[in-house]
Design a protein around this ligand. Structure first.
Ligand code: GLN
Length: 470
């Protein structure tokens, strides 16, 4: 018997013990997608049943799969059918996964609410008037609603952790370089990293270990062995030093979120962890540094969409200039254009030193600051987001939207692994606890998450209206 909050771990066990067939599992999720997706907008394309069913998974619409449309939720890429498969997807196929479909996102992964999408917003399963978070909103909502047990997302500045927090699921981005970027549509290449959203840290661990590892086709891929994370979850929290970051509890953090996170930290303390307050004043500069660097890289990465080689092309251009300019104006949405303009400006002659170079210097300072505190503590902790999921349409000013990422972007600037785990509710909406570890120390996060989830059941909760399966 399948249930909507089934973990992948349980599914795999049932396959072994009760001979549960992959076709049956896929049929179950397809039925749920058919039943609930219209109200959520999590899936944007469903994948056919023609291929052999395997373990169920769904992908953010940014992962290329040979012969399958990938749009990045942009008019620019509508109809784009990649001739190759992303390395992480190929590895998961090898491990026995088959795709249920592609998931909604902010266009080109730029955003924190999944409102910037040609498919319309993805809605939060806990309250459909609220956003699911972004940019991997579809991935978080689909897992929260039980439309798939696991989903892949990408995290450039918080796009896995923030929607995971908003929808009440577990999400991890590994160390920069752990997961190959080959075949993932690029936003800001020095920050982009793929990761997993699932109900449990245990599921995240197992999926992550299937997809990570060195890839010669990504020049920034790390040539490091991938530990069997899912087999290293039973470590005690006794004596683990958790640094509670003062800057992650700024005035921007709502009272209900703060209290919920304090409660979660108490659970970790009861498990034997030692809590110490740590100060990282450098984090104050994370948002401006991130938005300069991410926009600069975006302006360069997105220059390839010229209406000639692939992507959207405008109708009857007058000349080459008109073709470039109208194809880009019509093909990109407002937020993407804003980033391209910001980035082009930050990189332009005369401003490069003032913005781009300065932002790189700040990035180095943030990286060094994390190194410094990790001499004293094993893990850093705090709220993933300053607020719970906000109402769709309520954040109109881009700078206010960028502030949403206040606790997540520094982790990407430093290339560290980061995770968000569900730790309770504030006014009926889920709250996420963010845990961050030094480079390559994912197992600290996964083990802490697993130990926490053995004590709590926030990660298993489902919105009541989604419990039924037709
Ligand atoms: N909200 C951030 C941005 O818009 C992060 C997005 C992401 O991680 N892809 O850039």
């Amino acid at each position: 018997m399948m249930k909507p909050n089934q973990t992948l771990w349980e599914i795999r066990q049932q396959q072994q013990t009760d001979g549960l067939a992959a076709e049956e599992i896929h049929a179950y999720y397809r039925k749920r997608i058919e039943q609930w997706n219209d109200q959520l907008g999590a899936f944007v394309h469903e994948h056919g049943q023609d291929e052999k069913a395997g373990l169920p998974i769904a992908y953010k619409d940014i992962f290329c799969m040979e012969g399958v449309e990938t749009t990045c939720a942009s008019r620019m890429l509508q109809g784009f059918v990649p001739p190759y498969t992303a390395t992480v997807v190929a590895r998961l196929q090898q491990a026995g996964f088959s795709s249920l479909g592609m998931l909604n996102m902010d266009e080109f992964a730029m955003g924190s609410s999944n409102e910037h999408s040609i498919y319309g917003p993805c809605r939060n399963p806990w309250n459909t008037d609220r956003v699911a978070g972004g940019s991997s909103g579809g991935s978080a909502a689909a897992v929260a609603a039980g439309l798939t047990p696991v989903a892949l997302g990408t995290d450039t500045g918080g796009s896995i952790r923030q929607p995971a927090a908003f929808c009440g699921v577990t999400g991890i981005k590994p160390t920069y370089g752990r997961a190959s970027r080959y075949g993932i549509v690029a936003y800001a290449s020095s920050l982009d990293q793929a990761g997993v959203l699932a109900r449990t840290a245990q599921d995240c661990a197992w999926v992550l270990e299937q997809m990570c590892g060195h890839d010669p086709r990504d020049s920034t891929s790390l040539d490091e062995p991938v530990p069997a994370w899912s087999e290293q979850l039973d470590t005690s929290m006794e004596g683990v030093k958790i640094g509670v970051v003062r800057q992650w509890q700024s005035e921007a953090v709502e009272e209900g979120v703060r209290e919920t996170v304090v409660g979660a930290l108490r659970v970790l303390k009861d498990l034997g962890a030692e809590l110490v307050e740590v100060d990282l004043p450098e984090l104050e500069w994370s948002i401006p540094a991130y938005y300069v660097i991410a926009s600069a890289e975006c302006s360069s990465n997105l220059s390839r969409y010229d209406g000639v080689r692939y992507g959207y092309r405008c109708e009857s251009p007058r000349d080459l200039q008109d073709l470039y300019s109208r194809s880009r104006s019509e093909g990109f949405g407002e937020e993407v254009k804003r980033r391209i303009l910001l980035g082009t400006f930050a990189l332009s002659a005369g401003y490069y030193d003032a913005y781009y170079r300065k932002a790189q210097q700040v990035r180095r300072r943030i990286h060094d600051a994390f190194r410094r505190v990790f001499r004293q503590v094993d893990i850093l902790a705090g709220p993933t987001t300053p607020t719970t999921a906000f109402a769709i349409g309520s954040v109109k000013d881009p700078v206010t939207m960028y502030q949403e990422d206040i606790n997540t972007v520094a982790v990407n600037l430093a290339g560290l692994p980061g995770m968000s785990i569900p730790c309770g509710f504030s006014d009926g909406m889920p709250v996420g606890l963010q845990l961050v570890a030094p480079h390559l120390q994912e197992q600290r996060l996964l083990a802490a998450g697993h130990q926490y989830q053995l004590q709590t059941d926030w990660h298993l909760q489902m919105p009541e209206w989604l419990e039924a399966t037709a």
